[in-house]
Design a protein around this ligand. Sequence first.
Ligand code: IPE
Ligand code: IPE
Ligand code: MG
Ligand code: MG
Length: 353
Amino acid sequence: MNAAALPPPAPTSVRREASPSRSAANPSETEAQLLAEVVELIGGDLAACERIYADELASAHPAVRDVRDHVARYRGKRLRPILTLLAGAACGEVNDKHRTLAAVVEMVHAATLVHDDVLDGADVRRHVATVHSRWNPRTAVLFGDFLFTHAFHLAATVDAAACRAIGAATNAVCEGELTQIHERGNADLTEAEYFAIVGGKTAALTAVSAELGAVHAGADEATVEALRSYGEDLGVAFQIADDLLDLVGEEGCVGKSLGSDLSEKKLTLPLIRLRDRLPEGESQQLKTLLADPPADARERLLPLLQRTGALESAVATARERAAAAVARLDELPDSDAKRLLVRLARFSVRRTF
Ligand code: IPE
Ligand code: IPE
Ligand code: MG
Ligand code: MG
């Protein structure tokens, strides 16, 4: 992916519409192919994980079931459970603990998304209305809580160590999101501060997802650490790509509200790089625009991001982190699962949804 290849922003009226289905999103063939190969290798385990997920969320209360069924209508990429299962397969054999933990990490992820969409004022997620826009923020807060508590209720069936590891990762996610909220409107945010936020809100969960796959396949300490670092690097690359999509992606394709980083005054890597590349006067103008972003801020910023190379440079950093993730797997024996982990790391940068 390079800046020239990034999809141009669609007119606002188009971007605000959700595409009716995932098939309409038409992800590039490579993405579809990668996911198909993942399903070929671990499809049975993923299906088991989904059954565990659904069983855990069983409820006799219609008020709960309505929201749960709405959220279940569209599933995401299932990146985190895939990481747990592939890491397990790459380090040994996939077992029931992997399947359960795969469901746990996806549940924590789903909880963070339900809450994140309240924080970001986002109306569309996974091509459908977000919980707070379909119901109200109170329902979204409580349903997110419901997912969090079920995640730990389920993790407790594995062991205390898994609960601790997932608890530590979830703590880091919350700290990352809280820090990001705290830094809203800070046009002087540094790259180090940005990476600390991303390390918490995104990479902590991808790291523990891969780590637990290795742990429960009986991997030695060095291998567990390698998988953990792999998940962390992949998570950072993935979030940089997500931040690029927020600025230059197309909503109908990505399937969620975009532009919220700007409207919520959250400085992301491409904008930090732009600010630091512009001459003093223009940099000040940018800060003024970021302090009170107009409706067309996204369209106005795109040519600047391209001209200064800020976009390219953020893409390059994401690629470097994906390459670092791949390098973490050097010592693992060759296997289909390892090859898919390598391709997943590269996909995290190229993704268009
Ligand atoms: C979205 O995660 C939140 C980020 C960390 C950027 P995903 O892009 O993995 O969301 P789904 O699960 O596929 O919908
Ligand atoms: C990711 O941040 C949210 C979490 C990791 C909890 P974003 O706010 O960028 O995620 P999207 O873009 O809404 O999916
Ligand atoms: Mg968001
Ligand atoms: Mg985002």
